[in-house]
Write a protein that binds this ligand. Structure first.
Ligand code: 13P
Length: 234
């Protein structure tokens, strides 16, 4: 069964969360991981939960940040690291390695997000960018081998735009990521695809043979249609 990661980003208010929880109650969604805003993580305690980020430090004087130790109190099992929005607004590319290290040290599965811009894609730089982002995340981590790590490939220009690459192209890129990680780091890693996954394109995306799951933003925000979407994912 594929992994379905629902990234709410900075969306939904308490009232909307309450309705969402009513809608998903007692549904068979064991393969779904929810990434709500921090404040609402405790409300998802019945489900698989992750945080959308962690601080690059374990504890200390960092106003406004949240430590992995604090998330652990709420039983998160996963963390998104290096989402392109974090890289864009919070300069996160600098901290990827530290964050991956902290996650692994605390037995949390990092979902490392990588992806190229449209300009990089048009200039045939996709593989180069992905390799760089993978190396930045992994090369200084000595604890890799006995830990589970997940990669999420999200072409930045596909996020929230409905511009999805041809499925053959996605398949080739996933295959590149997997073989690079196998050859360089001896890792067998699951790779998710993210970027405008929705009810209209899921049938087509499901034809990609080497995909281990999806990282879904917008289409996870409405519980009813999200459940519909999850039912189409095998
Ligand atoms: P959308 O599904 O809204 O394109 O977002 C993708 C994403 O960034 C998930 O992390």
């Amino acid at each position: 069964m594929k992994i379905i990661a629902a990234n709410f980003k900075m969306n939904l208010t308490k009232k909307e969360i309450d309705n969402y929880l009513k809608e998903i109650d007692n549904k068979k969604i064991n393969n779904v991981i929810f990434f709500p805003s921090n404040l609402y993580i405790p409300y998802f305690s019945k489900y698989n939960i992750g945080s959308q980020d962690i601080s690059f430090k374990e504890l200390g004087s960092i106003t406004g940040d949240t430590s992995i130790k604090q998330y652990l109190d709420f039983n998160i099992k996963y963390v998104l690291i290096g989402h392109s929005e974090r890289r864009k607004y919070f300069n996160d590319s600098k901290y990827i390695s530290d964050k991956v290290n902290l996650a692994l040290k605390n037995n949390i599965i990092p979902i490392i997000c990588i992806g190229e811009t449209e300009e990089e894609y048009n200039n045939n730089l996709t593989k180069k960018v992905l390799k760089k982002e993978l190396d930045e995340a992994l090369e200084n981590n000595i604890t890799l081998l006995n830990n589970e790590i997940i990669i999420a490939y999200e072409p930045i220009f596909s996020i929230g735009t409905n511009k999805v690459l041809d499925i053959k192209e996605i398949e080739n890129i996933i295959s590149y990521i997997k073989s690079y990680l196998k050859n360089t780091y001896l890792l067998d890693i699951k790779v998710l695809y993210g970027g405008s996954v929705n009810l209209n394109n899921i049938g087509n995306l499901e034809k990609i043979s080497n995909l281990d799951g999806y990282l879904i933003g917008n289409a996870s925000l409405d519980a009813k249609s999200f459940l519909d979407l999850t039912s189409k994912i095998k």
